[in-house]
Design a protein around this ligand. Sequence first.
Ligand SMILES: Nc1ncnc2c1ncn2[C@@H]1O[C@H](COP(=O)(O)OP(=O)(O)OP(=O)(O)O)[C@@H](O)[C@H]1O
Length: 258
Amino acid sequence: MAKRIDVKDLNVFYGDFKAVEDVTMTVEPRSVTAFIGPSGCGKSTFLRTLNRMHEVIPGGRVQGSVMLDDQDLYASGIDPVAVRRTVGMVFQRPNPFPTMTIFDNVAAGLKLNGMRDKKKLTERVEKSLRGANLWNEVKDRLNKPGAGLSGGQQQRLCIARAIAVEPQVLLMDEPCSALDPISTLAIEDLVNELKSTYTIVIVTHNMQQAARVSDRTAFFNLAAQGKPGRLIEMDDTHKIFSNPTQRATEDYISGRFG
Ligand SMILES: Nc1ncnc2c1ncn2[C@@H]1O[C@H](COP(=O)(O)OP(=O)(O)OP(=O)(O)O)[C@@H](O)[C@H]1O
């Protein structure tokens, strides 16, 4: 199910402003790739190009190609909504649909895709909640609002919602930044489990988190204020954190800037 992502010569714009320049990278299936780098270097912007979410921002456009296995996501005739189904996303702040029940939060995407059979819906909701390590905590209150859960539970609910529609890739944009350390560890454990099924890309400001959860790490940086962000170095995570090739990477991971 998991897919490989091949990005080639990607430039990303907001109107006339080039936010990210010339990124070429490969993300391997069934692995976790972390994006790190100082604030404003374009990690989130670049992440959103991987499921065509960038273009929902007025003026948002890209040049270059993003291949999911052998399909070019930006080829003419590709439906961006179908892309977002295949490449799911989890955001910084848990954002369950506040008035919906826990069950309906997970079932929403399935219903949108036309699944009506109650038994099938129930099975898929349970499977997704189990997959997100939330089932045991919520199985007795599926009909209560999602907004009544703790922050960490809400984020796992959002992960359950994302995996319910069976995506092949999961993009996570600082998924733990609003969570306490215990919930953060729960999400990290979950990421570790999910990578046997999905290709996962995670943006994080937390170096220890990148070192703990990822197989590969990509370091982005700005050449200067007002210049576009660039991919400086991408390698196995242990190599990036122990013996990076680029001076800027070493300075960043050792806390000398950023
Ligand atoms: N909606 C937008 N319209 C115009 N410019 C934007 C928009 N969103 C982001 N930018 C700009 O694009 C550049 C990259 O921003 P982005 O949020 O991708 O960086 P980031 O590395 O994810 O930062 P952070 O770590 O602080 O979240 C920045 O210069 C930012 O000001």
